[in-house]
Every structure is written in structure tokens, then in C-alpha cells.
Design a protein around this ligand. Structure first.
Ligand SMILES: Cc1ncc(COP(=O)(O)O)c(C=O)c1O
Length: 394
């Protein structure tokens, strides 16, 4: 059967398939998982230390601190860097709310930067526009799995004398000019939310850093303010409870051994999408692909296109059994709890929020499923265009 006829046999495509990934690693981790369950040491311990070592090495950083979520990673990182009341932190407007919410929870003020119309990521120009004398740090978000131009951004941050934090929640294994996400900033924050490229059986996260004092502070903050070498009930600072569980660490170590293979599958699927949609993009159908920079290793956590008449295109795809997402329908500075921090319109992020559409992509997706999504998308775009023409002449 060729691709096209095989695509005809496909009738539904999920947005992702977490059970396929879990099923692949489960036979390898089952014994260790059960041993841990029976042992009863569920928080921290050797499985967490082993994963932290492997994760730091993978990211090209000296240390990793396992935490309860990516959101905590961002907040604790800011606090450990001494960012708080009276300080400003630049964040892109196009990101998940956790990036900006962490700044507010740390007691600081988010300042929103617009994004590039091509990549939908922050640029050194949009960063520079958002910096004020009160700015202490920038959170650079490697959204969708792609790092922005880190050479330019790190240089701009250095020139402004502000700290760089990477929000790499969607970018496990992403690279800029051959350097891994996690090796550029003072620290980088990862999420292991189940749907991420490296996902746990629940919430989990980590900070990686090559600054030992920062790692120590974050570890202490995440463990009720306890410090290494002190007794269980001695607390040096007010902290919180944000530790990584041993069962999650066992799964994450198991999945980490497959991460590169899964990422290569994502990259191949994205290349197939690009090839099939490229000819359609130029023919005035209202479809625009998100650009990939030549120096970026884009790990394709999400495959995001821009379409006009998104709601009707989405509805048409849903009718064909294709699940899609929107990341994100409301830019951060327009979210009710963050509006008070918005100072200017951010035209690119605002325009894009009404057009972006995330198509299914996951390591176990088949070529035929990609064909089916592309065929369905082009038909949905055509149908939406005809409907709007008809509406215009009535
Ligand atoms: C860009 C970004 N930042 C931060 C987070 C927060 O991570 P978590 O869900 O693990 O708290 C996420 C994940 O949802 C994210 O996508």
C-alpha cells in the first residue's frame, strides 16, 4: 500500500500517545519500580540522585536538582538568584502562563517581550525593548522545542547586566549551534509533565546549573529550607516542598535512554509535515509554517502552524478525528491576572495567538497519520476559504 492509500485507511489521529512511550520502557523499569514500591523509600534517594546525574550530563551542565514541577523550577530559580520585590524579569508574551506566573510568585514584576513573526520566539531586539533599569533577569523560553538565537540573546543580556534563565520545559535535548538547552543560562528549568518530550507519570521538573551555590540553594528551598549536613529539623530559610519522587526518577531514567531516538522520530515527522505542507503554504491558502533556524536543533515538542479561520479549520479537523491544540490562545499579557503588568501592545504575539494551531506530533505517530493530517488540513483550509468567500458575497 502506498502512503496515499494508506492515509485513506487512517480515520483518527490523537494529539499524542503517552501510553505507547510508557509501554516501550515499562519492561525495562518494571523490576526497579516494583523494588522501590516494596522498599518504601519514595522521596529522593539513589534513584533520584542517579537521574539527576544523568540529566545534568545530558544537558551539559554540572548539576541537576530534581523538583516537583517545571513551575516550581522557575520560581525557585528566581528566588535562589535573589530576584524578588522591586525587580523586573523579562518574559516572552507567547509562552505558557507558568513562565510569567513564576515571576509574580517570586515577588517580582514580569515585563513582556514580543516575539519573532517567523519563529514565535523572543529576539534580542524584543528583549532590548523590554529592559528597564529595574530588570534583573530574562527568562528565555525555548517554545515548541526550538531555542531562539542564543548567541544574540545571551550577548544582549550580558550587555544589559542581567541574568539568563532558560525555560526549557518544552525543549529536552534542543540545541543552538551544537550546544544543549540547559548549558547557556545561569540555570535552566525543565518540566517533566507527562506530555513533555521527557515526561513522568505525573508532575515533575528539574533545574540544571553549573553554579554549585545556586544548586545548593534550590535544593534547600525545595526541601523546607534544610541544608546539607544539618539535621532533619534544622531549617536555614523558608522553603517549600518540591522534591522529586523516586518512582518518577526511575521512569525518567528509563525514558532518558530513549530520548534521542524519540527526538529523531519527532524530527523526521516534522520534516515530513514540512515537505507535504510547503507547496500548499505558498499558494495563498492562509497557511504559514513556523520557521526553524538553521543553527537550531528543534526537538519538535509541538508542530505549530498558523492558519487564518482557525476555529473552522480546527472544527473540520475534529470531524475527521484529528485532535489539535492551541499553544497558546491568549498571550500572557492578556491573561486577566497578568494584564496589570502589560504596558504596550505586542502586535506579533497578539496576532499569532489567533492563528496558531498545533498539529499532532509524537514519536509513535506513523507516516500515514502525517499524510492523513496534511490531506485533511489542506481540505479543511479549502473548505474554510470557500465558506468565507460565500459569506462575503452574501
Ligand atoms: C514553556 C513552559 N514553561 C513552564 C511550564 C511549567 O511546567 P510544569 O507543568 O511542569 O509546572 C510548562 C509546562 O507546562 C511550559 O510549557
Amino acid at each position: 500500500m502506498n502512503h496515499q492509500s494508506a492515509a485513506r485507511a487512517v480515520t483518527a489521529v490523537p494529539f499524542t500517545d503517552l501510553s505507547a512511550m510508557a509501554g516501550e520502557v515499562w519492561p525495562e523499569i518494571e523490576q526497579e519500580y516494583l523494588a522501590c514500591l516494596l522498599d518504601g523509600a519514595y522521596i529522593g534517594g539513589p534513584a533520584v540522585t542517579a537521574f539527576e546525574r544523568k540529566w545534568a550530563d545530558y544537558c551539559g551542565a554540572d548539576q541537576a536538582v530534581g523538583l516537583a514541577s517545571g513551575t516550581d523550577a522557575l520560581e525557585l530559580c528566581l528566588t535562589a538568584l535573589g530576584v524578588g520585590a522591586g525587580d523586573e524579569v523579562v518574559v516572552p508574551a507567547n509562552t505558557f502562563i507558568a513562565t510569567a506566573a513564576a515571576v509574580v510568585r517570586a515577588g517580582a514584576t514580569p515585563r513582556f517581550a514580543d516575539v519573532s513573526d517567523d519563529t514565535l520566539l523572543m529576539t534580542s531586539r524584543t528583549l532590548a525593548e523590554a529592559i528597564t533599569p529595574r530588570t534583573r533577569a530574562v527568562i528565555i523560553v525555548h517554545l515548541y522545542g526550538q531555542m531562539p538565537d542564543m548567541t544574540d540573546l545571551v550577548a544582549a543580556a550580558k550587555q544589559a547586566g542581567i541574568a539568563v534563565i532558560e525555560d526549557a520545559a518544552q525543549a529536552h535535548g534542543a540545541e543552538w549551534a551544537g550546544r544543549r538547552a540547559g548549558s547557556f543560562g545561569a540555570a535552566a528549568c525543565f518540566s517533566f509533565y507527562p506530555a513533555k518530550n521527557l515526561g513522568a507519570f505525573g508532575d515533575a521538573g528539574a533545574v540544571v546549573t553549573s553554579r554549585p551555590e545556586l544548586a545548593d540553594q534550590i535544593r534547600s528551598l525545595a526541601n523546607h529550607g534544610r541544608s546539607r549536613g544539618h539535621s532533619h529539623y534544622e531549617h536555614d530559610r523558608i522553603g517549600t516542598n518540591s522534591r522529586l519522587d523516586a518512582l518518577q526518577a526511575i521512569l525518567l531514567s528509563g525514558k532518558l535512554a530513549r530520548l534521542d531516538a524519540w527526538t529523531e522520530l519527532r524530527i523526521a515527522l516534522a520534516a515530513q509535515y514540512r515537505k507535504l505542507l510547503a507547496s500548499y503554504e505558498v499558494s495563498g491558502t492562509g497557511l504559514k509554517l513556523t520557521a526553524t533556524a538553521p543553527l537550531a536543533r528543534h526537538v519538535n515538542h509541538l508542530f505549530v502552524v498558523r492558519v487564518s479561520r482557525r476555529d473552522s479549520v480546527r472544527a473540520e479537523l475534529a470531524k475527521r478525528g484529528i485532535q489539535t491544540g492551541v499553544h497558546y490562545p491568549v498571550p500572557c499579557h492578556k491573561q486577566p491576572p497578568l494584564r496589570r503588568f502589560a504596558e504596550h501592545p505586542l502586535p506579533v504575539a497578539e496576532q499569532a495567538a489567533g492563528e496558531i494551531l498545533s498539529l499532532p506530533i509524537f514519536p509513535h505517530m506513523t507516516d500515514c497519520q502525517v499524510d492523513y493530517v496534511c490531506e485533511s488540513l489542506t481540505e479543511a483550509l479549502r473548505a474554510a476559504a470557500i465558506r468565507s468567500e460565500t459569506a462575503n458575497v452574501q
